[in-house]
Design a protein. Sequence first.
Length: 162
Amino acid sequence: MKRFKDVRFAEDKFILDPCCGSRMFWFDKENKNTVYMDNREMDVELCDGRRLSINPDYIGDFRNMPFPDEAFSLVVFDPPHLVNVGEKSWLAQKYGRLDRNTWREDIRRGFNECMRVLKPTGVLVFKWNETDVKLSDILSLIEFSPIFGDKRSKTHWVVFVK
């Protein structure tokens, strides 16, 4: 398991996925321009027999990233969205889970960190599922305004420009 010791590894990469999980939505799961980060590493068999592999390039916390300011042109922010799920459930294993008491501050801090590491005119793509928390509640927590996104489904893709 790699931990952050030196941020120079990111100098040749311009995309950051700070909550990569198993990289479910990535077509190119090993994109050479991307730093894949998560706060966990695991390889487990789920209850239905499928394998779940979370193997980030680096282990880190999206609320306090060790990257320099303005290091990335694109940040893909897909934080855990579940609050009301058991700690050891397959849903928590697959998607992660937010702390019931601190999720608001955690999301706020995560957005601030994503914007901090984003270059001027950089793009932040935010993915959110409304299973437990509505997108409007998330947007009310942050000081940034999206420019466009999908408002029709339960899973939203929202785009911000710094």
